[in-house]
Design a binder for this molecule. Structure first.
Ligand SMILES: [Zn+2]
Length: 220
């Protein structure tokens, strides 16, 4: 009896492993995240500089590229870990319900578990990849805007030689939109606006996955 149970337990574990993300998939995901981040950073930098009255392009330095790669990989690994624990949780729940309904785990449990895992991962991959894409794009947009703010504060665009100059005193940084979803921690700062010189006093947005907030540069 216990040998049968052990064998079944091993089969269940093997089945779960089938549905976990592989290293190659995690790597692919981190590449996708990085590409999304860089594209969003460049677009946000360009947009912010346009708001400031100059049109500038941003390209990541080697150090920034490395930092972005590290962050994208970290994000992908975090997603894989959450995925694994959610998958384990769904499996435990299913097996518990199966045992309650049928008195014990029998030979029919495994194929049914497999069906459940298949449906669960199909639905979840769809939802998860959308959330991941939007979160990395939002973060990239934030970093692009803040990158421009840093460059302005560092005096990068106040050099006569470059023939471009920015009037720091006419620039403001705001958090948009000016509302938050109910029970969102962002209620406190949605719509907040500070002079560029005080940009560091704003909280970092997106503040959490599915946060709707982003920075916005305003020229007055
Ligand atoms: Zn938010």
């Amino acid at each position: 009896m216990s040998t049968t149970n052990d064998k079944r337990q091993k089969q269940i574990e093997a089945l779960i492993i089938l549905y976990l993300l592989t290293d190659a998939e995690i790597n692919d995901m981190s590449v996708t995240i990085k590409i999304g981040m860089v594209a969003a950073m460049r677009a946000a930098y360009r947009w912010a500089s346009k708001q400031a009255g100059i049109a500038q392009e941003w390209f990541p330095s080697e150090a920034q590229k490395q930092a972005l790669e590290d962050r994208a990989l970290q994000q992908a690994q975090g997603i894989a870990e959450t995925y694994q624990s959610d998958l384990q949780g769904a499996t435990d729940k299913f097996l518990e319900a199966y045992e309650q309904a049928n008195g014990a785990l029998d030979d029919n449990a495994l194929p049914q578990l497999q069906d459940m895992l298949q449906e669960w991962t199909d639905a979840r991959n769809q939802w998860k990849s959308e959330e991941v894409a939007s979160y990395s794009v939002d973060q990239g947009a934030t970093d692009g805007t803040l990158g421009f703010v840093d460059d302005v504060l560092d005096g990068e665009y106040d050099v006569e030689l470059d023939n471009v100059s920015v009037d720091i005193n006419s620039l403001w940084l705001g958090i948009m939109p000016d509302y938050a979803l109910s029970n969102d921690e962002c209620n406190d700062w949605a719509g907040m606006m500070v002079p560029l010189l005080e940009a560091g006093s704003l909280p970092y947005v997106p503040a959490h996955p599915s946060c709707i907030h982003t920075y916005c540069l305003i020229n007055e």
